[in-house]
Design a protein around this ligand. Structure first.
Ligand code: ADP
Ligand code: MG
Length: 361
């Protein structure tokens, strides 16, 4: 049984004058889900969640919280809370006062408030001594944690996060990503999270929604988005990728000008076929491409010259200049590093099961 949606958007649009920031959005968010919205700057992510928490009015459409329409409900009556990109803390108050603010609104006793504030400080790995510290004396990363602590103090049903980790340094961010995921599992609350970072989205989310110019281009589980993007835009947005233009010939076999396709190896049942004259984009991720030895074959083969090698820690990335001038990426685990050197001629290959066809237009 799939859970009931906690939030449902139907035909939600937002206009700023002539400009369409959100274009007829439909979306269902399941109870307890961790949904991440990813998209370029200006695609409408912040506008969407401002509308969902009630800070911004929509121009058109309906929003349901379970079976209740909420698009006209004031923000303070909605069981939602938002963690901002830029912080909305009280700079001259202490960390403790900031975290306790929602509890004070609910008239909790000072002792209970303080106990809860300490729990939240612990949870976010802030020293308890910070309770007395002023926000204006905290670093950017510390403020972000205080903002997270305060959002959790609201104890809302749905938490919205607008790039809360983007200003933090790498290690802190990695820790907090995992903590947020953990926190999500422990609280069972619904999280809606905006990020620029593919890795952040992949690490934390149940589903990922890719936003582009005010609409959702694709909504699916992380693995589906990564392996089977529906457009070039999604493919390129979700990390390094190699893309090739292909066409179908008279017998439905793929032909490409940029790659050598060993059609004999791609059987008639394969998804790697196109109608005559139809065109598509063939995608393969860097980790699925292999350096071929002289005598080995693959369904798809490209020749080129090794241009650069980058150590990424556990993996090594290679840039290859293909014979048609395109730049291709290959990734190997550190222990499978390619023994060649820069300037070597290489043959790259991969098989049909690791390729994905993007049918667009
Ligand atoms: P994102 O969060 O994805 O970067 P935003 O939702 O902040 O994008 O903005 C989407 C678009 O709407 C942008 O082009 C932005 O300039 C525009 N926009 C946002 N708020 C306003 C506003 N109050 N008035 C006019 N245009 C706005
Ligand atoms: Mg934004």
């Amino acid at each position: 049984m799939s859970p009931e949606p906690i939030l449902r958007l139907e035909g939600v649009s937002k206009y700023f004058g002539e400009f369409t920031a959100l274009d007829n959005i439909n979306l269902e968010i399941d109870e307890g889900e961790f949904l991440t919205i990813v998209g370029p700057s200006g695609s409408g992510k912040t506008t969407l969640i401002r509308i969902l928490v009630g800070i911004e009015e929509l121009s058109k459409g309906k929003i349901w919280l379970r079976d209740k329409r909420i698009e006209e409900m004031p923000a303070n009556l909605r069981p939602t809370c938002m963690v901002f990109q830029s912080l909305a803390l009280f700079p001259h108050r202490s960390v403790g006062e900031n975290i306790e603010f929602p509890l004070k609104l609910r008239k909790q006793r000072p002792d209970d408030r303080k106990a809860r504030a300490f729990e939240l400080l612990d949870l976010l790995h802030l020293p308890r001594s910070f309770y007395q510290k002023r926000i204006s004396e905290c670093s950017g990363g510390e403020r972000q944690r205080v903002a997270l602590a305060r959002a959790l103090a609201f104890d809302p049903e749905i938490l919205f996060f607008d790039e809360p980790l983007s200003a933090l340094d790498f290690r802190l961010r990695k820790n907090l990503e995992k903590e947020l995921k953990d926190l999500h599992q422990r609280t069972g609350k619904t999280f809606v999270y905006i990020t620029h970072s593919l890795e952040e989205a992949m690490v934390m989310s149940d589903r990922i929604a890719i936003m582009r110019s005010g609409h959702f281009e694709q909504i699916a589980v992380a693995d589906e988005i990564y392996a089977r993007p529906i457009s070039r835009f999604v493919a390129e947005f979700m990390g390094e990728v190699n893309l090739f233009s292909v066409k179908g010939d008279v017998s439905g076999n793929l032909v490409g000008t940029e790659i050598d396709i060993q059609t004999g190896r791609v059987g008639p049942d394969s998804a790697m076929r196109l109608g005559q004259g139809a065109s598509a984009t063939l995608m393969v991720r860097p980790e699925s491409v292999h350096f071929l030895s002289e005598d080995s074959a693959a369904d798809f083969v490209v020749g080129g010259v090794l241009q650069a090698e980058y150590a990424l820690g556990s993996r090594t990335q290679y840039k290859i200049q293909a014979d048609n001038g395109d730049e291709l990426a290959v990734e190997k685990l550190r222990e499978d590093r390619f023994p060649g050197k820069i300037g070597d001629r290489v043959r790259l290959g991969w098989n049909a099961e690791y390729a994905h066809m993007i049918m667009e237009e």
